[in-house]
Design a protein around this ligand. Structure first.
Ligand SMILES: [Zn+2]
Length: 466
C-alpha cells in the first residue's frame, strides 16, 4: 500500500505555475523532477503474525492486571499477598508467567528475565523498596545483528490520588495496564517469527514514583553497552471512551533536542539546523511510514515534543541515556480517569477502570507497535558514519557512509527543511557514496540501508566532513 507523505509542495508549485499561465507570463518555474515517495514495504509474514493481536487478548491482559486490586509500587509483594493475588508482587509474578507461557509456545524462543533492585528512599519512596522490571528477550537469529536491539515498554505499576497510598484500590486499567498489554501482545505475536535483530518486551515498575524502573533499566543497558536502536513506550493507550476521543489516532511524542547531547553536540545541531532530527524523531517518522505500509487501523499523530504539558514518562529515562525513544498515548485523555481514587462526585465518575477502556483501540495500537518492532528488527543496521562532504562550495551534495550489516543497497531520503516527514527517496544501489544534484543547503538528507526483501533501516542524517 502506498502512502503520500508530502504532496503539499508539489500542489503549491503546480498552483503557482497555473497562476503564472493565467496572467500570460511564464516565470520559468521548473517543476522539480518528482522523486519516489518515501515508504516502507509491507512484509506478508510480519502482517500475518501481527494479525494475531486481538482485542480479546488485550482485554484478558488488562482484566487480569486490574484484578490485583492495586499495583502501587509500594504495595505488598510478600508470598502471602502474591498467593492471595493482591498487590504489585502478584502482578509481577503473573507477567513473568505470561512471558514464560508465550516462550513455551515457541519452543523456548524467549528468554524471560527480571531486573530486580532496591530503590532507596526518595520523595515518593518512603522506605527502601524492591522494584522488579520483567522482560522477555527474543534474540536475533544472526549473532552480529543480534547485538542490535529494539524495545517496547509499558509500566505495570498504578497509583491512587495519593501516590504514597499502598493499599487502596488503584486499578490502572488505562494507566498503564494498556501499555503493559501492548508489550505482552507484541511478545505473543512476534515470538512466532525470527528476526535479524533482537527485540525486548519490557514491563517496568516505579513509573508513578519517579520513573524508577525505567531509569534503572536504561542505566543498566547503557553500562552494559547495549545498542538499543529504538524504544517504544506505551503509556495511556486505552483509548478512553469519553466524548472527543478519536479512536483512529494515537499520538507519538518525540524529543527534538536530545536530552543527552552535550554542549558541543548542541552547537553542531544549531549550526546544521538539526533541531528536528534527533534519533527519537527519526523513529517517530519511521512509525508513520510503517503505519502507511500496513494500515493497522490507527494513525500515528506525530507530536514534536518530548511529552505533554506537566507530564513525563519512561521514554525520557531512555532519552537521558542517549537512546532513541518515543511515547505512544491516546489522542484525548480524560484526567478524571487517571491517578484518581474510585468515587462519584456530583454525578462525575472518577477512577481508571475497565469500563472506560476501548480494547479494540489498544489492539490497534499494539499492532502498530509490533509492526514497527518487526520492521526495525528485520532491517539491516542503519548506515554508520554518514557524512556530507563540504570540501567545496557547490550546489551538489556528496554523501558517504560505511557499509551496513545485512544491506543489499542504500537509499537517500530528503525533505524540505520545514517539512515534518521525509518527502523524497532515491535508490543509489550497493555503494557507500553518491552525489546528487540537489543543494545540501536547501533540504535535509539522510541515508538508509535496504535488504533484498525491502526492509528499511532507520535513516541517518549526515555530519559535515571537510
Ligand atoms: Zn502512566
Amino acid at each position: 500500500m502506498k502512502k503520500t507523505l508530502g504532496p503539499t509542495r508539489c500542489l503549491a508549485a503546480a498552483a503557482s505555475a497555473m497562476t503564472a499561465t493565467l496572467v500570460g507570463i511564464t516565470l520559468g518555474l521548473a517543476q522539480p523532477a518528482r522523486a519516489a515517495e518515501v515508504t516502507q514495504t509491507a512484509d506478508p509474514a510480519i502482517a500475518a503474525a501481527v494479525r494475531n493481536i486481538t482485542a480479546a487478548h488485550v482485554q484478558a491482559d488488562i482484566d487480569k492486571l486490574v484484578s490485583f486490586g492495586t499495583r502501587s509500587t509500594l504495595s505488598a509483594q510478600d508470598p502471602a499477598s502474591i498467593a492471595a493475588g493482591r498487590g504489585i508482587g502478584a502482578a509481577r509474578e503473573w507477567l513473568k508467567s505470561q512471558f514464560e507461557a508465550y516462550s513455551k509456545e515457541c519452543g523456548g524462543c524467549l528468554e524471560v528475565k527480571t531486573d530486580e533492585f532496591v530503590q532507596p528512599v526518595g520523595p515518593r519512596i518512603p522506605q527502601p523498596t524492591t522494584l522488579t522490571n520483567v522482560y522477555a528477550v527474543l534474540k536475533g537469529k544472526d549473532p552480529e545483528a543480534a547485538q542490535r536491539v529494539v524495545l517496547v515498554t509499558g509500566h505495570y505499576d498504578s497509583r491512587r490520588t495519593d501516590v504514597l497510598d499502598p493499599t487502596g484500590d488503584a486499578p490502572g486499567a488505562n494507566d498503564d495496564a494498556s501499555g503493559a498489554a501492548v508489550s505482552l501482545e507484541s511478545a505473543r505475536a512476534l515470538s512466532k517469527l525470527k528476526f535479524r535483530a533482537t527485540i525486548i518486551f519490557l514491563t517496568v515498575a516505579g513509573e508513578e514514583q519517579g520513573l524508577n524502573g525505567s531509569k534503572h533499566f536504561a542505566q543498566m543497558a547503557k553500562q552494559a553497552g547495549w545498542n538499543i536502536e529504538a524504544v517504544l513506550n506505551d503509556d495511556i493507550v486505552g483509548g478512553d471512551k469519553s466524548p472527543g476521543q478519536d479512536a483512529k489516532i494515537v499520538r507519538v511524542f518525540s524529543e527534538g533536542l536530545p536530552s543527552a547531547a552535550d554542549e558541543k553536540q548542541l552547537r553542531q545541531i544549531r549550526g546544521l539546523g538539526g533541531e528536528s532530527d534527533s534519533t527519537s524523531r527519526e523513529v517517530a517518522r519511521y512509525i508513520t511510514e510503517v503505519g502507511g505500509a500496513y494500515s493497522p487501523g490507527v494513525k500515528p499523530l506525530l507530536v514534536f515534543s518530548l511529552d505533554r504539558y506537566l507530564r513525563g514518562g519512561d521514554h525520557s529515562a531512555f532519552n537521558d541515556q542517549g537512546y532513541a525513544a518515543v511515547r505512544f498515548t491516546e489522542y484525548r485523555e480524560n484526567f478524571n480517569h487517571q491517578h484518581q481514587d474510585l468515587r462519584t462526585e456530583n454525578g462525575v465518575e472518577y477512577g481508571d477502570t475497565l469500563k472506560f477502556v476501548d480494547f479494540d483501540y489498544v489492539a490497534r495500537v499494539a499492532r502498530l507497535n509490533a509492526l514497527t518492532l518487526a520492521a526495525l528488527a528485520s532491517a539491516p543496521a542503519p548506515p554508520a558514519a554518514v557524512k556530507v562532504i563540504t570540501t567545496n562550495l557547490d550546489n551538489n551534495t556528496t554523501l558517504t557512509w560505511g557499509a551496513s550489516d545485512g544491506a543489499s543497497g542504500y537509499e537517500v531520503v530528503w525533505r524540505d527543511t520545514s517539512a515534518p516527514n521525509w518527502e523524497h527517496v532515491k535508490s543509489v544501489g550497493d555503494t557507500t557514496t553518491t552525489t546528487l544534484d540537489i543543494s545540501k543547503d536547501n533540504v535535509i538528507f539522510a541515508v538508509r540501508a535496504v535488504d533484498k526483501a525491502g526492509h528499511r533501516s532507520l535513516p541517518v542524517v549526515p555530519v559535515p566532513e571537510r
